[in-house]
Design a protein around this ligand. Structure first.
Ligand code: G1P
Length: 287
């Protein structure tokens, strides 16, 4: 079955990036000149996903606006002869179909996903967390979709992390069945280092079977008093297989300030218009 829809939770307040996020949704903070959310949506589009479901909150309307047409702005730019910029804006508006649903209370990631239940319906779907940027030859979510296509079972993205960092992640217990492919046996949200079943952390990309919804519906609050998606996965794996994909590519945690700076530098180094100047500048700092 084809993965047609991606749920992207964007209701978070982004308090780690205040005051920038006082009026601007954190997902619109740019990595150079592109709002970070656009990289995530592009990754979904590159994996053949046709519909983006934003789970939004108050003050987040700008995210949908970013993927909408902007006729007044386009007209002004066209009058000035800036046709390349008009084309670029049109391409963003035509990238994908966008719908949204509100998460009225910050009850956790599992709850955010549950809010999308009616829009997803009874079909497998992707979940993409906008704090994780994945720069990879094969787009991160596509690597998971390929495994789903073969197995028809849920898939989570995995990355090995140092033991002192496991407490920041959902962590799996699992067995490697092929290089970089794990059969998940259990999941735990943000365990203490000494209790973690492995160093395989769940990174914010998932392909989930729709059975997850009825599980989330009945899930009690977990870590931090929130409905945790990881707790939902721990129950799902009792019913059906879940695979873990240790994806290839670089991941940037842009919910973290240093991660955001890293992403900015890395993406700038990939740009023809910036690379040489940036390399020269970075070298000058060492002198
Ligand atoms: C969320 C999930 C966690 C996962 C992480 C990946 O945590 O709850 O299981 O490992 O994303 O980035 P958050 O970083 O939102 O606290």
């Amino acid at each position: 079955m084809k993965i047609r829809k991606a749920v992207i939770p964007v209701a978070g307040l982004g308090t780690r990036f205040l005051p920038a996020t006082k009026t601007v949704p954190k997902e619109l903070l740019p990595i150079i000149d592109i709002p970070s959310i656009q990289y995530v949506v592009q990754e979904a589009v590159d994996a053949g996903i046709q519909e983006i479901i934003f789970v939004t909150g108050r003050g987040k309307d700008g995210i949908e606006d970013h993927f909408d047409e902007a006729p007044e702005l386009e007209q002004i730019l066209a009058d000035r002869g800036q046709t390349a910029t008009v084309d670029m804006l049109r391409r963003i508006a035509e990238m994908t179909e966008v719908v949204s649903v509100r998460q009225k209370k910050p009850l956790g990631l599992g709850h955010a996903v549950l809010c999308a239940r009616d829009l997803v319906g009874d079909e497998p779907f992707a979940v993409m967390l906008a704090d994780d940027l994945i720069d990879a030859e094969t787009p991160g979510i596509r690597q998971l979709v390929e495994i789903f296509t073969e197995t028809e079972e849920s898939v989570v993205a995995l990355m090995k992390v140092p033991r002192e960092e496991v407490h920041q992640y959902g962590v799996i217990k699992g067995t490697e069945v092929k290089p970089r492919l794990y059969a998940v046996e259990g999941t735990v949200e943000k365990p203490a280092a000494k209790e973690a079943p492995s160093q395989l952390a769940i990174i914010g990309r998932y392909v989930l079977r729709p059975e997850i919804f009825s599980i989330l519906q009945n899930l009690p609050p977990g870590r931090g008093g929130e409905i945790q998606l990881t707790d939902g996965l721990a129950r799902l794996v009792q019913q059906r297989k879940i695979f873990g994909c240790e994806f290839t590519g670089e991941r940037y945690d842009i919910g973290d300030k240093f991660g955001f700076v890293r992403a900015t530098v890395a993406y700038a180094l990939k740009r023809k218009d910036l690379k040489d100047k940036l390399v020269e500048y970075l070298k000058s700092l060492k002198d």
